[in-house]
Design a binder for this molecule. Structure first.
Ligand code: ATP
Ligand code: MG
Length: 749
């Protein structure tokens, strides 16, 4: 737990101190209409966490008042999520549907008090009568019905004598209340539908605003904690309990901010769409932000709990970076799981001066982990290494095997490349090599210097496995719908090779595959004959390794410096860079600060500057786009020269900066040159007036109303027209040119 208490716990402290409650009772009240997601995990942590901290109790309550969408499979998933996260809801979970008879009685009581009435307006009238934020509403004529008539109608509603929508029960509060929710809210509606628990007993169902407060009261809840969107419903919550004059102590509602995570959708409706449309493989697809998905992917409960603790409880909605969640799982597994060797894209190495075979003893854990356990690595004349770990034409800074540069085989010997064998297409199919007998790990007397150690497996003894590599489900940061899905979110590799002990001894469920990431033996599809592993998360990225803290992005670091006002001192070199960037190159302080403090970014920037002297545009793209990628990936597919070329294309107006973002996204995945991408996709910017004019004509023709408004003096609409034209060209038109042309044309209309 964070040392300082959050506002909810402070409230609980206060209430216990004043004697308002003797015991803290909370509840987690999901509607069983979908699998719970990471947002629910936050709510679970808050509600169960507070109950636990104060020796109270938290109920798991199914808010099952909407028969058409709910199902027992969701009830089971919710129970499972709570248990998996390590919380205890007691013997039974609760159901709002169990309170239907009591809720009905409370409704009758309100009618008798003249506080509720049966309304028979149709939906349209009802909406109209509600008024607007600026205008008071009008009360329905049916509000004048007598208590007797209301009682009779309500009973008939219950007995199924009316059709869906014919009548509703409403609270009689205030049709001119500033809080629109208080304008005679609905309490009951008619629904002839089968309920998964109550069966066909009921054909009227209570609305959230009526059922929730009373269910809380019935369960003796003290603190009813919900998300911010219910803030305005709090008045109804209090109204119902007050009017019914219920005995003290009563529950009170408190709101906290919903969790939002970038690159993630978190609405059950949208998740259901993905599942039902087969865009993913079920509710437990490891790409989904459902608890079942995280569980299947290999996340630990501890990592989710830590995440919820880190993000804290706030009163203002905010967006959390998905890398923070990834950090939590990495951090949890780093010191827990065995490290083993797996080769995802194997290339054969024949060690020409080695005969026979041996078994090399190696620890599963690094020295700084207090866990023990060894396995034997079979080693012989033929092994496989990762295709990427050999490069005939290495770029600067390449530390692995090349024709000139030896490399260490992790836990084993140093290897030197002797010959490269290729197929007709020039692909490497085999590397002939020599090992150095006196270079064995732990007793190396060879004196040979290597720059890195790579993973390998023995060709004969390695086991073939299936590896499921997951990427983000959505390609953009704030996804809206299906069009934002990342088409490459799942890559199945059936040819990976792993050292035999992992399968034969299976020392754990989760592993670090050296230099690849963390992996989990799939709990459903894994068999000894066909082992399947899910990639949980990649290894800590190189940006993270360098920075003192491995969570925030360079931009966040700069922000933090600003917000906290505590500026970590810069080294001499950093200060020199900062001065150069601000004074000579004209960068603003924030950007210069980010660059100067990050060696990797600044060297990337400097390299790009050699190609094009466009310091400001370059700095922007390097700190934002490149910085973000470096944080995710330890090795970039593109280089500084390509980024310089991208900026060149923006500068000479070949592409707009909007299109540049699109090109950049492509460079991330393909590593292709920007010109090639722009050419292949036809993204060249349109600056020719002859091409743009007809589009302006079209836009003017299609928007007569706005033209009239513009003529009448609403000059702000210039922006609207420019926007429409840009949109029609798919963002390809040159904004400056469009602006000028549109302004010229609108003068004449
Ligand atoms: P969704 O919009 O995803 O369907 P919901 O709010 O309709 O979610 P419920 O099943 O009604 O889902 O929610 C159960 C509890 O979980 C509620 O108290 C709700 O406030 C909380 N909750 C739901 N989503 C989030 C979230 N993103 N962050 C924090 N709490 C959440
Ligand atoms: Mg809901």
């Amino acid at each position: 737990m964070n040392e300082s208490k959050d506002f909810l716990r402070l409230k609980v402290d206060e209430d216990l101190k004043s004697g308002k409650y003797k015991e803290v009772i909370t509840r987690f009240p999901p509607e069983p209409n979908g699998f719970p997601h990471i947002g629910h995990a936050k709510s679970i942590c808050i509600n169960f966490g507070i109950a636990r901290d104060y020796n109270g109790h938290c109920n798991l309550r199914m808010d099952d008042t909407n028969p058409t969408k709910e199902d027992t499979k969701y009830v089971e998933a919710l129970k499972d999520a709570v248990e998996w996260l390590g919380f205890d809801y007691g013997e039974n979970c609760c159901f709002t549907s169990d309170y239907f008879p009591k809720l009905y009685d409370y409704a009758v009581q309100l009618i008798k008090m003249g506080k509720a009435y049966v309304d028979s307006l149709n939906e349209d009238d009802m909406r109209e009568f509600r008024g607007t934020v600026k205008e008071a509403g009008k009360r329905s004529i049916y509000a004048q019905r007598s208590v007797e008539e209301n009682l009779e109608l309500f009973e008939k509603m219950k007995n199924g004598e009316f059709k869906d929508g014919e009548h509703v029960l409403r609270a009689k509060i205030d049709m001119s209340a500033a809080n629109m929710k208080m304008r005679d809210p609905l309490l009951y509606r008619i629904r002839h539908a089968h309920h998964f628990r109550a069966g066909d007993d009921w054909c009227i169902y209570p609305m959230y605003d009526f059922a929730h407060c009373l269910s809380d009261y019935i369960e003796g809840v003290s603190h009813s904690i919900c998300t911010l969107e219910f803030e305005n419903n709090r008045a109804i919550y209090d109204w119902v309990l007050n009017e019914l004059n219920l005995q003290l102590p009563r529950p009170y509602q408190y709101e906290f901010a919903r969790l939002g995570i970038n690159y993630t959708v978190m609405s059950k409706r949208k998740l259901l769409e993905l599942v039902e449309g087969d865009y993913v493989h079920g509710w437990d697809d490891p790409r989904l932000p459902t608890i079942a998905g995280y569980k299947r992917r290999g996340y630990t409960p501890e990592s989710i709990l830590n995440f919820c603790d880190q993000i804290g409880i706030a009163k203002a909605n905010s967006m959390v970076d998905v890398s923070q969640l990834e950090f939590c799982i990495r951090d949890d597994l780093n010191k827990k799981v065995p490290r083993v060797m797996c080769v995802l894209d194997p290339v054969k190495v024949s060690i020409e001066n080695y005969d026979g075979s041996e078994k090399i003893e190696a620890s599963y854990y690094p020295h700084d982990v207090p866990k023990e356990g060894n396995r034997k690595l079979p080693f012989s004349r033929e092994i496989y290494i990762e295709r990427d770990d050999f490069n005939e034409n290495p770029p600067k800074g390449y530390f692995r095997l090349t024709p000139e540069q030896p490399v260490r085989l992790k836990h084993a010997y140093i290897l030197t490349c002797k010959e490269v064998i290729k197929d007709d297409n020039g692909n490497v199919i085999e590397i002939k090599a020599e090992y150095h007998p006196d270079s064995k790990s732990g007793s190396d007397t060879s004196g040979i210097k290597v720059k890195s150690a790579i993973q390998w497996v023995d060709a004969k003894k390695a086991k073939q496995i299936e590896v499921r590599l997951y990427d983000r489900l959505y390609k953009n940061e704030s996804p809206e719908g299906l069009e934002d899905l990342n088409p490459n979110s799942l890559h199945v590799n059936k040819n990976a090779l792993i050292e035999p002990a992992v399968i034969e001894e299976k020392p754990d469920e989760r592993f670090q595959f050296e230099r690849q990431g963390y992996f989990y033996a799939d709990p459903i599809d894994y068999t000894n004959e066909k082992p399947v592993f899910n990639k949980i998360v990649g290894l800590k990225d190189s940006w993270g390794k360098k920075a003192t803290s491995n969570k925030p992005t360079p931009k966040q670091v700069a922000k933090k410096v600003q917000i906290d006002g505590e500026i970590a001192p810069m080294s001499e070199e950093q200060e020199a860079l900062f001065a150069k960037y601000t004074k000579n190159l004209g960068l603003n302080n924030e950007i210069a600060n980010i660059l100067a403090r990050d060696e990797q970014l600044s060297s990337f920037y400097e390299e790009a500057l050699l190609v094009i002297s466009s310091p400001i545009s370059l700095a922007n793209i390097v700190t934002n786009e490149v910085g973000r990628e470096l944080k995710k990936e330890s090795e970039l597919k593109f280089n500084a020269k390509q980024i310089a070329e991208l900026v060149k294309m923006i500068d000479d107006a070949t592409i707009s900066s909007k299109i540049a973002k699109q090109v950049f996204e492509e460079m991330i995945t393909s590593g292709e040159n920007p010109e090639v991408i722009v050419e292949a996709k036809g993204l060249v910017q349109i600056s020719d007036p002859a091409q743009i004019e007809p589009i302006i004509d079209e836009v003017i023709k299609n928007n007569p109303e706005n033209i009239a408004k513009f003529k009448a003096g609403n000059t702000k609409l210039l922006g609207f027209f420019v926007g429409q034209v840009l949109k029609s060209t798919g963002g390809k038109a040159n904004p400056a040119v469009v602006n000028k042309l549109v302004a010229g044309r609108l003068k004449d209309v």
